[in-house]
Design a binder for this molecule. Structure first.
Ligand code: ACO
Length: 332
């Protein structure tokens, strides 16, 4: 068999979708013992979006995907592969990506999910990039989507104030010889803290029971402090490695599009990388932590409002449950 090695991939188009319903910190004060002040000071979040009743993760993903395809000048029939980063798929089986394919109407191409939590989009992008570099595929749709409002315990103030719903997408196509494209991606997992952020029941280890539902074991459990410390350290080192592999210094970065989990984490990463915060694309204030969707939503915002220009060097970094984390460096 002859393996044709293709060029690296580039981001040919981006798209995003957030549900219409806004849930403010004030609305959360009515649900749990919290305050707008605590949430803003500890996280930077003012409000988040919540999906409508009947709206599925794949519905949000498809909205983002259609916008990304339009921006890339492609149609669903041009796609060779769909990869969805999510931990809140429509159903445990089959993959969210299968429903995305069904709704886009492009049968026959591989469509699968990547469960790397908040790092899901960068993982999916890295996988898509490898398929294009190998020459196996040309047009890969990469999506990060989360409908976390349905897997949150709305009585747990330590988690329910943090997350939001949304979707973001990017279409990867083979890069030309103009220096644009995905310059490097780095993927990591260290499961030492795997239980610090999990949904304990509803999988094969602990099938769902009435008692489990009563104890909210089918909802997100998190020891936030454990994750905070490793997040700052690992996001910084992963960003440095993505730069090193590409032979670039932090000062070469035009924009950082970080995972939006906590403004304090982002601020500390910015300090350690010595990249000013005004070169970070931020939207945590409006959307909270949308897990795998946060990077592609912010990327799309930066592209559409003109901050991110063709030729700009963009650094992405994310960390979440697993603990899995990842970074990517792209010339747009
Ligand atoms: N409102 C008011 N008080 C609260 C709330 C709330 N919503 N939540 C917790 N508190 C209280 C705690 O009970 C505690 O009270 P105590 O001192 O009386 O015990 C106090 O506030 C401080 O709690 P901490 O957990 O120490 O607060 P911290 O400053 O660590 O902030 C947070 C918590 C925001 C969760 C932070 O730890 C964090 O952002 N962690 C990282 C989260 C993350 O990145 N997750 C990974 C991505 S998610 C994914 O992969 C799906």
């Amino acid at each position: 068999m002859t393996i044709t090695v293709g060029p690296r991939s580039r981001i040919a188009g981006t798209g995003a979708y957030v549900p219409e319903r806004v849930m403010t910190n004030a609305a959360l004060e009515a649900l749990v013992d919290t305050s707008d002040e605590w949430i803003r000071e500890r996280t930077g979040i003012r409000e988040r979006r919540v999906a409508a009743e009947g709206e599925a993760a794949s519905d949000m993903a498809v909205q983002a995907a259609r916008r990304a395809l339009e921006a890339a000048g492609l149609s669903p029939s041009d796609l060779d592969m769909i990869i969805v980063g999510t931990i809140s798929a429509d159903m445990p089986l089959p993959a969210c990506a299968a429903f995305v394919q069904q709704k886009l109407g492009c049968p026959g191409i591989p469509a699968f999910d990547v469960a790397a939590a908040c790092a899901g989009f960068v993982y999916a992008m890295s996988i898509g990039d490898q398929f294009i570099r190998s020459g196996a595929h040309r047009n890969v749709l990469v999506i990060g989507v989360e409908l976390l409002s349905r897997v949150l315990n709305w009585k747990d103030r330590a988690t329910c104030v943090l997350f939001g719903d949304g979707a973001g997408a990017a279409v990867l196509t083979p890069a030309g010889d103009d220096g644009r494209g995905v310059l490097s991606t780095r993927l990591y997992t260290d499961a030492t803290l795997a239980e610090s952020l999990c949904i304990p029941a509803g999988g094969s280890k602990e099938p769902l029971t009435a008692a489990g539902i009563e104890e909210a074991r089918d909802k997100v459990h998190m020891v936030g402090g454990d994750i905070f410390k490793v997040a700052v350290r690992n996001l910084t080192s992963a960003s440095r490695e993505a730069l090193e592999v590409a032979g670039l210094e932090p000062k070469a970065v035009d924009w950082v599009v970080p995972h939006q989990a906590n403004m304090r984490i982002i601020t500390q990463v910015a300090q350690r990388l010595d990249i000013p915060l005004d070169r970070f694309v931020l939207n945590i204030e409006r959307y909270g932590n949308t897990s795998s969707a946060s990077i592609p939503i912010a990327l799309d915002e930066g592209v559409r409002d003109g901050r991110i220009q063709p030729g700009n060097t963009v650094l992405m970094c994310a960390l979440g449950a697993g603990i899995s984390w990842a970074s990517a460096l792209c010339r747009m």
